[in-house]
Structure formats: structure tokens, C-alpha cells
Ligand binder design. Structure first.
Ligand SMILES: *Cc1c(COP(=O)(O)O)cnc(C)c1O
Length: 450
């Protein structure tokens, strides 16, 4: 029999529910706090920013949440996504390890982000919201929300981190094609943006600043809400379709993963892949090691402090207990724009504290070398973010080559690089540097914690 390369599910196998990992954890994560009172925030505090349905999902203790039919209809444009066995990469590496990747680049915008953009737009539209604001770093989230808003007739306004706005004109055009309005951040349009520009007229921006601008705009208009592409519980909840499908695909493959690897910016593609497997692990049905990989230039899980901090630079959001580099931290403009966030999802942070997952940081040169190696054998050019996960997979596969171990490795290939090719250009030209965060910068940034 020919060796199977991809495991595909029928549309009928599309998950009917999202999985909430919280009730299966030994203890729940600490709640978000109001920055003034330091008391847990209630639904009323969040109502200016999010629709009731998403606020309910943010705090739900239900193990499963039904996916509305209107959302599954849109999911069918690209879901279920394929699971690939990386046979050519395995051969090129000469490893006895079996490497699988769940490919989310088949979505309309080329990443996992529409998995949550679609339900977020749906619930907002259902509650009569007219416009959504958001930030975008790499441009993937802005594109996903612009696409989702077009599905439900919502206006969409995006603050794109300046560095990315300048480096990635095609992302802006994609958002505009879907009908969104795009501003570089920091902008003159908001108080938060103007304050930054006054101090740093040449600011290249950060996700934290762009979030402040989008939140500020949403809070001022009763018909506008804000949408976040990562970090929050409801976002990770929506992304669990990735792991649920992958579990079924592993059944088809007749295999079980020993190691799960994912890149972490805010933690959503990683959590989306890992949580359903963590459920199986906690129930004793399998025992994979689960490993998060972050950039050396923005290492929140491996070097950040586990503390209450703001989700944005201006301090407009509730305080979140998370691994953070400090809300004023501005990472070097590395190419993996989606991983340049100062904090980590509170849920991922909590699970890391519980010792249920591991984390490592890798410099971008090794990551791009892995991306090129992967592209030359598998044919897909990975987005800069998942090259971090691929670098870790390759490290492990080469370790297996030494030991002869037939380890089964699963990773989320959460996006392709068709609009990130200049980053590969820089790598191929030898112009890429490994920016490592210095202890002094980290200390200074952590001193500003609230
Ligand atoms: C946004 C993005 C990330 C980082 O976000 P997570 O929430 O950590 O998944 C990673 N990869 C891609 C392709 C992205 O678009």
C-alpha cells in the first residue's frame, strides 16, 4: 500500500463543540482584576468591549460549548483542515521520528486566526453591534477579522503595528479588499497613539500600543466593540477545533503523539492544538509532552514574570495574571510579528505554572533555517511564527536520529508565508540577526509592572 501523506476528514466530521479545558484543570486560573479596585472584573466591566455571548464564554465552566450552525457554515469554507505526515522532511533529516503537522494555512487568510474571528464577528452581529475595532501585528489577525466582518455585514477598523504596516503592504490591501479600514499604529487618531508619538515620533509600534488604540475607540462608541485575536479564554476556546480534528486524524493514522510542539505569541494556536490532547493526557488516555516555543527576542513564558499586568501599553485593559515582560516592553522588530506580544495568555501561563506544559525560546536564524528546510521538503513555506515550532521539531527529530527513538511529533503549522516573503529574503541574503533580550532591558521593563 502506498504510504499516506495526508489525513483528511469529511465536512460531517467538523467538530460540533469547542472544548473548554478549565473544568479539567486541578485548579482554575486566577481571574482578571479591575485595575482600580483590584477586585475581579464582572461582566459589566467588560460589556463596553465585548458582546455578552463572548463574555459568557470567557468565564464559562462548561466543558463544551456548542458551535453555532452559522459559524460552522463559514468554517466549512476551509475546515476540517488537513493533517500531514511530513514524510519528505523525515527523509531529509534521516530521522526515525514520525512528524505530523496540522495545517491551518488553508484558511482564506492563510492562518488559524479565522477560527476565532468568525465566531467573534458572528456573536457581535447577533447582538446588533455595527463595527469592530482591533489591532494586528503580522497582519494575520486583521485580515481574519476583516474577512469575518464581511461575512456578517460588520464594519471593521484595524490598527496595524507600524513596523508591519510598512513591511507588509499586501496585508493592508487584503484587509481593504475585505472592506476594512486600516491605520498604522501608533496613530494620531487616539489619545493613546498621540501620547506615544509625542514621546517617540518614530515609534515602530507594538501590539500593546495598537491594542490601546483599538480598545480606546471601541469604549467610546456604543455601537462598536473590540475583538482580540489571541490571549483570552474565549479565543483559545474557539481554536480547539484544531486539536479536536487532529485527534480524529490521529485515529485515522493509527498513531499517538509523544510530543506536541507549537509556537506561542499570545498562545492561541498552541492552546487550540494542545488542549484537546491535554484533556486526553489528564484522563490518562495518552501522555504526550507538550512544548511551547517562543522567540528569544520576546520570551514571555521562559523569562517573563508571572504577575498581574495590563494587556495593553496604555493600561486600559483589566489586569491579567500572566507571564509578562511588562506592558511597556517593545520587542525588537523581529520577523515573526505575531509573536511580538509582551504577555502570554493567562490560561497558558496558568497551565505552565501547573507544570503541564514546557516552554523554550529559540533565536530567529535557527527558525528561518528550519522554515527553509521544511519548505524545500514539504513544499509549504511556513509563516515566520510557526518556524519556531518547526525548529523545535527538527531539534527533536535530530535527537531521535542519535538515539534511534521513533518518537511521534505533532505540530501546528499555523500559517503560510505568502505575504511574509521579505522575511525569507532577509534570511537568504544573510541579513537576519538574532536579537536576544538583554537582562538590563528586561529588568527595566519589569520595573514598570503595576
Ligand atoms: C497570530 C499568529 C501567531 C501568534 O498567535 P498565537 O495566539 O500565539 O497563535 C502565530 N502564528 C501565526 C501564523 C499567526 O497569525
Amino acid at each position: 500500500m502506498a504510504e499516506q501523506t495526508k489525513y483528511v476528514l469529511d465536512e460531517a466530521d467538523l467538530p460540533a463543540q469547542w472544548y473548554n479545558v478549565i473544568p479539567d484543570l486541578p485548579e482554575p486560573p486566577p481571574p482578571p482584576l479591575h485595575p482600580g479596585t483590584r477586585e475581579p472584573v464582572g461582566p459589566d466591566d467588560l460589556a463596553p468591549l465585548f458582546p455578552q455571548a463572548l463574555i459568557a464564554q470567557e468565564v464559562t465552566t462548561d466543558r463544551y460549548v456548542d458551535i453555532p450552525d452559522e459559524v460552522r457554515e463559514v468554517y466549512r469554507l476551509w475546515r476540517p483542515s488537513p493533517l500531514f505526515r511530513a514524510r519528505r522532511l523525515e527523509k531529509a533529516l534521516g530521522t526515525p521520528a514520525r512528524i505530523y503537522y496540522k495545517y491551518e494555512g488553508v484558511s482564506p487568510v492563510g492562518s488559524h486566526k479565522p477560527n476565532t474571528a468568525v465566531p467573534q464577528a458572528f456573536y457581535n452581529a447577533a447582538e446588533g453591534v455595527r463595527r469592530l475595532t482591533t489591532e494586528t501585528g503580522a497582519g494575520q489577525w486583521g485580515s481574519a477579522l476583516a474577512f469575518a466582518c464581511a461575512q456578517y455585514g460588520l464594519e471593521c477598523e484595524v490598527w496595524q503595528v507600524r513596523a508591519s504596516y510598512d513591511q507588509k503592504p499586501y496585508r493592508k490591501l487584503m484587509m481593504e479588499t475585505f472592506g476594512a479600514t486600516v491605520h498604522p499604529s501608533p496613530s494620531e487618531l487616539t489619545e493613546s497613539g498621540r501620547a506615544i508619538l509625542k514621546q517617540h515620533p518614530d515609534s515602530t509600534g507594538s501590539l500593546g500600543i495598537a491594542i490601546s488604540e483599538a480598545v480606546e475607540q471601541a469604549a467610546q462608541d456604543p455601537d462598536t466593540r473590540y475583538a482580540l485575536g489571541s490571549v483570552l479564554n474565549h479565543v483559545l476556546l474557539h481554536q480547539t477545533v484544531i486539536g479536536e480534528e487532529a485527534l480524529k486524524q490521529f485515529e485515522l493514522a493509527g498513531d499517538t503523539p509523544d510530543l506536541l510542539v507549537g509556537c506561542t505569541g499570545g498562545g492561541s494556536n498552541f492552546g487550540g492544538l494542545a488542549f484537546p490532547f491535554l484533556r486526553e493526557k489528564l484522563a490518562g488516555r495518552m501522555d504526550p509532552v507538550i512544548r511551547a516555543v517562543e522567540p528569544a527576542a520576546c520570551p514571555s513564558l521562559t523569562r517573563g514574570k508571572y504577575a498581574y499586568d495590563f494587556g495593553d501599553t496604555a493600561g486600559l485593559t483589566p489586569l491579567l495574571k500572566m507571564h509578562t515582560l511588562g506592558h511597556e516592553f517593545i520587542p525588537d522588530p523581529i520577523h515573526a510579528g505575531g509573536l511580538r506580544y509582551h504577555g502570554m495568555s493567562p490560561l497558558i501561563s496558568h497551565i505552565h505554572e501547573l507544570g503541564l506544559i514546557e516552554a523554550i525560546a529559540i533565536g530567529q536564524q535557527e527558525c528561518f533555517a528550519a522554515g527553509v528546510r521544511f519548505a524545500r521538503s514539504e513544499g509549504i513555506i511556513p509563516a515566520p511564527e510557526p518556524t519556531h515550532a518547526l525548529a523545535a521539531c527538527i531539534r527533536e527529530a535530530l535527537r531521535c536520529k542519535e538515539t534511534g527513538e521513533e518518537k511521534v511529533i505533532l505540530t501546528a503549522l499555523c500559517g503560510h508565508a505568502h505575504l511574509d516573503l521579505p522575511a525569507y529574503g532577509a534570511y537568504l541574503a544573510g541579513d537576519m540577526v538574532d536579537d536576544e533580550l538583554s537582562d538590563a532591558t528586561l529588568e527595566e521593563s519589569l520595573a514598570a509592572l503595576p
